[in-house]
Ligand binder design. Structure first.
Ligand SMILES: [Zn+2]
Length: 222
């Protein structure tokens, strides 16, 4: 069998990647263990942040899924990637490794907006109303800042094709299409990490991934 035949049928659709794949449920505790096992404290921090965002910003409705921190990405084209399946489940979230803790937190939040939209069976594109509404809501909720985000649409103005973004009902201009696609760092906002870590789950010490790893290492070395 050629490597070509083994390649999964991944498709970039609506600014996310769709894969024909089933998935098994994962608990938050398992996610934290998995992340600690694979990436140590950085991984656990990402799992804790995922949980903090989920509890606080999405009422705990999102489904835990593995997160990967690749050291490089195909052609450097992305720094974060959300992958779901055709059953509107989340398969994985990827956050590029060589970035600061702050950058990873910002990227995670961005990917979780894709997650929330995909799981709710809404359009996951940046340049669409559901994405714009969600980032307006979150910008207000997290930073107390009001922004207006509106998809850019093709229009004919005096016979010429152009793209326009509708102003808000009160006449405020939209942030740019590029800023919408790179929210939140695209508008200069960064997640207050400590605030969301204050909402982490109780993980019993014996279930802590790092201490478990230590125990296994000690057992292996006699
Ligand atoms: Zn995106």
């Amino acid at each position: 069998m050629s490597s070509q035949a083994l390649r999964p049928s991944a498709q970039r659709v609506d600014d996310i990647e769709l894969l024909e794949a089933d998935r098994h449920p994962l608990t938050v505790q398992q996610l934290r263990q998995l992340m600690g096992w694979t990436y140590g404290a950085d991984g656990q921090l990402l799992a804790d942040l995922w949980h903090g965002f989920n509890q606080t910003l999405w009422d705990g409705k999102l489904d835990p899924a593995p997160m990967w921190m690749p050291t490089c990405t195909d052609w450097g084209r992305w720094i974060g990637l959300y992958r779901g399946n055709h059953a509107n489940q989340t398969l994985s979230i990827q956050v590029k490794w060589q970035l600061s803790e702050q950058a990873r937190a910002d990227i995670l939040l961005h990917e979780m907006v894709h997650q929330a939209l995909h799981e709710a069976r809404q359009c996951t594109k940046h340049n669409a109303v559901p994405w714009c509404q969600e980032i307006m809501r979150l910008t207000q909720e997290i930073w107390g800042v009001q922004i207006w985000a509106s998809p850019s649409e093709p229009r004919k103005v005096q016979g010429k094709s152009t793209r326009v973004q509708k102003p808000s009902p009160t006449g405020a201009e939209s942030i740019t299409r590029k800023q919408i696609a790179s929210w939140p760092h695209g508008i200069g906002l960064h997640v207050p990490i400590q605030h969301y870590l204050g909402r982490i789950i109780d993980v019993e010490p014996e279930h802590d991934a790092l201490s478990q790893r230590q125990m296994l290492l000690e057992a292996a070395h006699g």
